[in-house]
Design a protein around this ligand. Structure first.
Ligand code: SAH
Ligand code: DHB
Ligand code: MG
Length: 230
Protein backbone atom coordinates (compact mmCIF):
# COMPACT_ATOMS: atom_id res chain seq x y z
CA UNK A 1 0.00 0.00 0.00
CA UNK A 2 1.43 3.39 -0.92
CA UNK A 3 1.37 6.04 1.74
CA UNK A 4 -0.78 8.15 -0.58
CA UNK A 5 -3.62 5.66 -0.23
CA UNK A 6 -6.20 6.68 2.35
CA UNK A 7 -8.73 4.02 3.27
CA UNK A 8 -12.10 5.26 4.46
CA UNK A 9 -12.55 2.27 6.76
CA UNK A 10 -10.32 0.30 9.02
CA UNK A 11 -9.32 -3.10 7.65
CA UNK A 12 -12.08 -5.53 8.77
CA UNK A 13 -9.48 -7.88 10.25
CA UNK A 14 -7.99 -5.10 12.38
CA UNK A 15 -11.47 -4.21 13.64
CA UNK A 16 -12.25 -7.88 14.33
CA UNK A 17 -9.08 -8.19 16.41
CA UNK A 18 -10.04 -5.09 18.40
CA UNK A 19 -13.44 -6.71 19.07
CA UNK A 20 -11.62 -9.90 20.15
CA UNK A 21 -9.35 -7.93 22.50
CA UNK A 22 -12.36 -6.15 24.00
CA UNK A 23 -14.25 -9.40 24.47
CA UNK A 24 -11.25 -10.92 26.26
CA UNK A 25 -9.96 -8.06 28.36
CA UNK A 26 -12.47 -5.23 28.59
CA UNK A 27 -15.69 -6.10 30.40
CA UNK A 28 -18.99 -4.35 29.68
CA UNK A 29 -18.51 -0.74 30.68
CA UNK A 30 -21.78 1.21 31.02
CA UNK A 31 -20.13 4.54 31.89
CA UNK A 32 -17.94 4.47 28.79
CA UNK A 33 -20.70 3.11 26.58
CA UNK A 34 -23.00 5.95 27.66
CA UNK A 35 -20.19 8.46 27.18
CA UNK A 36 -19.65 7.27 23.60
CA UNK A 37 -23.40 7.27 22.97
CA UNK A 38 -23.70 10.89 24.15
CA UNK A 39 -20.66 11.88 22.08
CA UNK A 40 -22.36 10.45 19.00
CA UNK A 41 -25.68 12.10 19.93
CA UNK A 42 -23.89 15.46 20.22
CA UNK A 43 -22.48 15.02 16.72
CA UNK A 44 -18.86 14.65 17.84
CA UNK A 45 -16.45 12.96 15.42
CA UNK A 46 -15.75 9.26 16.20
CA UNK A 47 -12.15 9.85 17.20
CA UNK A 48 -11.98 8.88 20.88
CA UNK A 49 -9.38 6.33 21.89
CA UNK A 50 -10.60 2.77 21.41
CA UNK A 51 -11.28 0.80 24.61
CA UNK A 52 -8.02 -1.13 24.13
CA UNK A 53 -6.09 2.12 23.76
CA UNK A 54 -7.90 3.78 26.65
CA UNK A 55 -7.14 0.85 28.91
CA UNK A 56 -3.47 1.19 27.96
CA UNK A 57 -3.60 4.78 29.26
CA UNK A 58 -5.16 3.55 32.51
CA UNK A 59 -2.46 0.87 32.89
CA UNK A 60 0.31 3.42 32.28
CA UNK A 61 -1.14 5.67 35.00
CA UNK A 62 -1.30 2.69 37.35
CA UNK A 63 2.23 1.48 36.56
CA UNK A 64 3.64 5.00 37.00
CA UNK A 65 1.67 5.36 40.25
CA UNK A 66 0.58 8.65 38.74
CA UNK A 67 -0.99 11.22 41.03
CA UNK A 68 -1.07 14.11 38.57
CA UNK A 69 -2.16 13.54 34.96
CA UNK A 70 -2.60 16.14 32.24
CA UNK A 71 -4.64 15.57 29.09
CA UNK A 72 -4.76 18.00 26.18
CA UNK A 73 -7.94 17.38 24.14
CA UNK A 74 -10.93 15.96 26.05
CA UNK A 75 -13.67 15.48 23.43
CA UNK A 76 -16.41 13.58 25.34
CA UNK A 77 -14.07 12.41 28.09
CA UNK A 78 -13.54 8.77 27.07
CA UNK A 79 -9.75 8.85 27.38
CA UNK A 80 -10.20 11.09 30.43
CA UNK A 81 -12.32 8.44 32.16
CA UNK A 82 -9.64 5.80 31.58
CA UNK A 83 -6.95 8.13 32.94
CA UNK A 84 -9.15 9.00 35.93
CA UNK A 85 -9.59 5.31 36.71
CA UNK A 86 -5.81 4.94 36.60
CA UNK A 87 -5.26 7.52 39.34
CA UNK A 88 -8.40 7.15 41.48
CA UNK A 89 -6.95 4.51 43.85
CA UNK A 90 -4.28 7.03 44.94
CA UNK A 91 -6.68 9.98 45.06
CA UNK A 92 -4.82 11.36 42.06
CA UNK A 93 -6.00 14.16 39.83
CA UNK A 94 -6.55 14.50 36.09
CA UNK A 95 -6.61 17.93 34.50
CA UNK A 96 -8.01 17.87 30.96
CA UNK A 97 -8.03 20.79 28.52
CA UNK A 98 -10.81 21.28 25.97
CA UNK A 99 -11.39 24.24 23.68
CA UNK A 100 -14.94 23.53 22.55
CA UNK A 101 -17.52 24.51 25.21
CA UNK A 102 -20.04 21.93 23.95
CA UNK A 103 -17.43 19.17 24.17
CA UNK A 104 -16.46 20.31 27.67
CA UNK A 105 -20.12 20.22 28.76
CA UNK A 106 -20.71 16.70 27.45
CA UNK A 107 -17.40 15.54 28.94
CA UNK A 108 -18.23 16.91 32.41
CA UNK A 109 -21.54 15.00 32.37
CA UNK A 110 -19.81 11.81 31.23
CA UNK A 111 -17.11 12.16 33.88
CA UNK A 112 -19.71 12.74 36.58
CA UNK A 113 -21.67 9.66 35.49
CA UNK A 114 -18.43 7.65 35.64
CA UNK A 115 -18.04 8.69 39.28
CA UNK A 116 -14.93 10.75 38.58
CA UNK A 117 -16.04 14.35 39.13
CA UNK A 118 -13.87 14.49 42.26
CA UNK A 119 -10.87 13.23 40.29
CA UNK A 120 -11.08 15.11 36.99
CA UNK A 121 -11.10 18.81 36.28
CA UNK A 122 -12.13 19.90 32.78
CA UNK A 123 -10.65 23.29 31.90
CA UNK A 124 -12.42 24.90 28.96
CA UNK A 125 -10.36 27.10 26.69
CA UNK A 126 -7.68 26.96 24.01
CA UNK A 127 -4.93 24.83 25.49
CA UNK A 128 -2.16 27.26 24.60
CA UNK A 129 -4.02 29.82 26.73
CA UNK A 130 -4.84 27.53 29.65
CA UNK A 131 -1.53 25.61 29.83
CA UNK A 132 0.20 28.50 31.66
CA UNK A 133 -2.36 28.09 34.48
CA UNK A 134 -2.57 24.31 34.91
CA UNK A 135 0.47 23.90 37.14
CA UNK A 136 -1.31 25.90 39.83
CA UNK A 137 -4.28 23.51 39.70
CA UNK A 138 -2.34 20.45 40.85
CA UNK A 139 0.57 21.83 42.88
CA UNK A 140 3.37 19.81 41.34
CA UNK A 141 4.74 18.40 38.10
CA UNK A 142 2.64 15.96 36.11
CA UNK A 143 3.54 12.26 36.17
CA UNK A 144 1.78 11.39 32.89
CA UNK A 145 0.68 13.64 30.02
CA UNK A 146 -1.56 12.63 27.09
CA UNK A 147 -1.48 14.93 24.05
CA UNK A 148 -4.53 14.46 21.80
CA UNK A 149 -5.87 17.89 20.74
CA UNK A 150 -5.34 19.87 17.50
CA UNK A 151 -2.43 18.30 15.66
CA UNK A 152 -1.20 21.70 14.37
CA UNK A 153 -0.20 22.66 17.93
CA UNK A 154 1.42 19.36 18.94
CA UNK A 155 5.00 20.72 18.86
CA UNK A 156 3.99 23.57 21.18
CA UNK A 157 2.16 21.08 23.42
CA UNK A 158 5.34 19.01 23.64
CA UNK A 159 7.30 22.01 24.87
CA UNK A 160 4.64 22.86 27.44
CA UNK A 161 4.41 19.24 28.54
CA UNK A 162 8.12 19.03 29.22
CA UNK A 163 8.01 22.27 31.17
CA UNK A 164 5.22 20.84 33.34
CA UNK A 165 7.15 17.58 33.94
CA UNK A 166 9.83 16.15 36.21
CA UNK A 167 12.52 13.58 35.36
CA UNK A 168 10.62 10.33 34.69
CA UNK A 169 7.39 11.91 33.51
CA UNK A 170 5.87 9.98 30.60
CA UNK A 171 4.39 11.86 27.64
CA UNK A 172 2.12 10.02 25.20
CA UNK A 173 0.91 11.65 21.97
CA UNK A 174 -1.87 10.14 19.85
CA UNK A 175 -2.15 10.12 16.06
CA UNK A 176 1.45 10.72 15.05
CA UNK A 177 1.42 8.29 12.08
CA UNK A 178 -1.87 9.17 10.34
CA UNK A 179 -1.91 6.24 7.88
CA UNK A 180 1.64 7.05 6.91
CA UNK A 181 0.82 10.63 5.92
CA UNK A 182 3.68 11.83 8.15
CA UNK A 183 6.15 10.45 5.60
CA UNK A 184 5.01 13.00 3.02
CA UNK A 185 6.74 16.32 3.54
CA UNK A 186 4.43 17.98 1.00
CA UNK A 187 1.20 16.59 2.47
CA UNK A 188 -1.62 19.13 2.27
CA UNK A 189 -3.41 18.06 5.47
CA UNK A 190 -2.30 20.45 8.23
CA UNK A 191 -2.90 17.64 10.75
CA UNK A 192 -0.28 15.52 8.99
CA UNK A 193 2.11 18.48 8.92
CA UNK A 194 1.44 19.08 12.60
CA UNK A 195 2.19 15.48 13.50
CA UNK A 196 5.32 15.58 11.34
CA UNK A 197 6.52 18.77 13.05
CA UNK A 198 5.83 17.17 16.44
CA UNK A 199 7.78 14.04 15.54
CA UNK A 200 10.76 16.14 14.42
CA UNK A 201 10.64 18.23 17.57
CA UNK A 202 10.47 15.05 19.65
CA UNK A 203 13.49 13.60 17.87
CA UNK A 204 15.70 16.63 18.43
CA UNK A 205 14.62 17.61 21.94
CA UNK A 206 17.48 16.83 24.33
CA UNK A 207 15.12 16.81 27.33
CA UNK A 208 13.37 13.53 26.35
CA UNK A 209 14.05 9.96 25.24
CA UNK A 210 11.34 8.88 22.80
CA UNK A 211 9.93 6.32 20.42
CA UNK A 212 6.92 5.97 18.12
CA UNK A 213 4.88 2.77 17.96
CA UNK A 214 2.54 2.20 15.02
CA UNK A 215 -0.93 0.81 15.66
CA UNK A 216 -3.75 -0.73 13.64
CA UNK A 217 -7.29 -1.46 14.76
CA UNK A 218 -10.71 0.13 14.71
CA UNK A 219 -8.92 3.50 14.53
CA UNK A 220 -7.20 2.46 11.30
CA UNK A 221 -3.44 2.80 10.88
CA UNK A 222 -1.93 5.33 13.25
CA UNK A 223 0.50 5.43 16.15
CA UNK A 224 1.48 6.72 19.54
CA UNK A 225 4.60 8.66 20.44
CA UNK A 226 6.01 7.82 23.85
CA UNK A 227 8.59 9.95 25.62
CA UNK A 228 10.19 9.95 29.06
CA UNK A 229 11.59 13.18 30.43
CA UNK A 230 15.28 12.86 31.36
N1 SAH B 1 -8.80 12.51 24.00
C1 SAH B 1 -10.14 12.28 23.44
C2 SAH B 1 -10.20 12.70 21.98
C3 SAH B 1 -9.81 14.13 21.72
S1 SAH B 1 -10.30 14.69 20.10
C4 SAH B 1 -10.45 10.79 23.56
O1 SAH B 1 -9.60 9.99 23.12
O2 SAH B 1 -11.52 10.42 24.06
C5 SAH B 1 -9.52 16.26 20.09
C6 SAH B 1 -10.19 17.30 20.99
O3 SAH B 1 -9.30 18.43 21.05
C7 SAH B 1 -11.52 17.84 20.46
O4 SAH B 1 -12.52 17.76 21.44
C8 SAH B 1 -11.23 19.30 20.14
O5 SAH B 1 -12.31 20.18 20.40
C9 SAH B 1 -10.09 19.59 21.10
N2 SAH B 1 -9.27 20.74 20.71
C10 SAH B 1 -9.01 21.18 19.46
N3 SAH B 1 -8.24 22.28 19.52
C11 SAH B 1 -8.00 22.53 20.81
C12 SAH B 1 -7.26 23.51 21.51
N4 SAH B 1 -6.61 24.48 20.87
N5 SAH B 1 -7.23 23.47 22.86
C13 SAH B 1 -7.87 22.48 23.52
N6 SAH B 1 -8.60 21.52 22.92
C14 SAH B 1 -8.66 21.54 21.59
C1 DHB C 1 -8.24 12.66 14.47
C2 DHB C 1 -7.98 13.11 15.73
C3 DHB C 1 -7.77 12.20 16.75
O1 DHB C 1 -7.45 12.59 18.02
C4 DHB C 1 -7.84 10.84 16.50
O2 DHB C 1 -7.56 9.99 17.53
C5 DHB C 1 -8.12 10.39 15.23
C6 DHB C 1 -8.32 11.30 14.20
C7 DHB C 1 -8.43 13.64 13.37
O3 DHB C 1 -8.51 14.85 13.68
O4 DHB C 1 -8.48 13.24 12.23
MG1 MG D 1 -6.53 10.97 19.06
Amino acid sequence: MSHHHHSEQADPAWTAVDAYVESLLIPADPALEMAQRDADAAGMPPIAVSPAQGKMLMLLAMALRAERVLEIGTLAGCSTIWLGRGVAARNGRVVTLEHDPAHARVARANIERAGLSGTVEVIQGAALETLPTVGAHVGGPFDLIFIDADKESYAAYLDWSIRLSRPGTMIIADNVVREGAVLDETHTDPRAQGARAFNSALARDPRVEATIVQTVGCKKWDGFAMAVVK
